[in-house]
Design a protein around this ligand. Structure first.
Ligand code: ASP
Length: 410
């Protein structure tokens, strides 16, 4: 039987759930085999991220042809990011105020304040440091510390410099272009392994976590998921139909490998090579647009994370019995947007930057402790939404640049 990649990944996910449930008791299967296999898959993806981000951004910026076009693309991209993230947070706030998952809940905050993992996430994250880190003082250390915004800043600067030099037949440009092709080839190979990687990650997640932890938090999980579904069906699907003139169903099918990778790895950045490949090869968005939007989106545009942080903050307020005013909720809204921009595209980053939101409205940071139990599962969903919004943005910007895609318009 010769299944296409999306079908293979889908079957791998289902198989992963089955194996996770069946072999729950045999913990060695996870620690000795499945977990290492999943880790290797994530490491392979992470290994190629810096070269992919650098070369795609440089090629993208250079192929824009002028600094003016770069400005136009940048402005449109910024507007798209802000509109979708704002909508996501709005929907999150409306749903959490409506369902009120934290009211009358039996969750005792004091139980969690001494959680050792919580100590790890309670460290100071300030928005000022997020902003200054955009400019790396040392490129090599930016790469070594995986400072994605710093790498993006350097790459855009590099591309803009090359554009401004305007050297015809520049050998630097040719080198970066070939370098980019080379890493896309490697992405191709890694994607062939994705069914195995996704299977191992999902099986490990199911086998090691189980479903029991969800009970006390069921309403909270349901609230986040409901808000996510509304955002996907309402905001992003409408934008796809109205602005990108592209069928949401076809869209989800075409980028399914990227969604599955985000779901299994919890990381927009690790999924980036797959997202780019799906957008270019399956949808037909140009390299110039994908090269610019996808790396930027994976680090900056996080609808799922922003939505999650807004819901989480109001949920914590409800649990501790604080009735938030409209002004406080507006602060939560703005801070959730900023915190999502500041969150790196890595697992649990949203939980760390939630500190910014909680501090802004004086909510107890201990609240983060109660969210830890269900963070892994919610991270899978919010990361998927993050990359879906990045991909939708690429189609929108592509269309606004006058591009035609492989599939007919809606
Ligand atoms: N894991 C998310 C991502 O990579 C960030 C988050 O924790 O919300 O997109």
């Amino acid at each position: 039987m010769n299944f296409k990649l999306p079908t293979q990944i889908m079957l791998a996910m289902l198989f992963g759930v089955v194996v996770g449930v069946l072999f729950k008791e045999q913990t060695f299967i996870f620690s000795a085999f499945l977990e290492p296999i999943g880790n290797v898959f994530i490491r392979l993806l992470k290994m190629i991220i810096v070269p992919i981000i650098f070369s795609s951004l440089v090629v993208g910026v250079v192929s824009l042809g002028s600094v003016q076009s770069l400005g136009r693309l940048g402005t449109r991209t910024f507007i798209y990011y802000m509109v979708t993230t704002f909508m996501a947070v709005m929907i999150g706030l409306i749903v959490v105020n409506f369902i009120k998952p934290g009211i009358d809940s039996s969750i005792d905050l004091s139980l969690f304040s001494s959680n050792p993992i919580f100590e790890g996430v309670s460290h100071d994250v300030s928005f000022v440091s997020v902003i200054t880190d955009i400019v790396p003082s040392n490129v090599i250390s930016a790469i070594a510390t995986e400072n994605m915004l710093g790498i993006i800043f350097f790459s855009i600067l590099f591309g803009t410099g090359l554009l401004a030099l305007d050297v015809r037949g520049s050998s630097v440009k040719q080198f970066v272009e070939e370098f980019n092709l080379l890493f896309l080839k490697i992405t191709d190979w890694i994607m062939k392994l994705s069914p195995i990687g996704v299977f191992a990650l999902i099986a490990t997640m199911v086998g090691q976590t189980g479903f029991a932890i969800f009970k006390p938090m069921a309403f909270y999980v349901a609230t986040v998921l409901l808000a996510i579904i509304i955002h996907l069906l309402f905001t992003l699907s409408s934008i796809l139909i109205i602005v990108a003139r592209y069928s949401p169903i076809t869209f989800f099918q075409k980028i399914f490998p990227a969604i599955a990778t985000a779901f299994a790895t919890d990381s927009s950045i690790a999924s980036l090579p797959v997202t780019m490949e799906c957008l270019e090869k399956n949808v037909g968005v140009s390299k110039k647009v994908v090269g610019f939007i996808a790396p930027l989106g994976a680090t900056v545009n996080m609808d799922g994370t922003a939505l999650y942080e807004a819901v989480a903050a109001v949920f914590i307020a409800q649990v501790v019995g604080i009735d938030m005013t409209i002004t406080q909720q507006i602060i939560v809204m703005l801070m959730a947007i900023l915190a999502s921009v500041g969150a790196a595209g890595i697992p649990s980053a949203g939980l760390v930057t939630l500190v910014i939101v909680l501090k802004a409205v004086n909510l107890p940071l201990e609240g983060i402790g109660i969210l830890l139990a269900v963070d892994r599962i919610l991270d899978m969903f919010r990361t998927s939404v993050n990359i879906i919004s990045d991909s939708c943005g690429a189609l929108v910007i592509g269309r606004l640049e006058g591009e035609q895609f492989f599939d007919s318009e809606v």
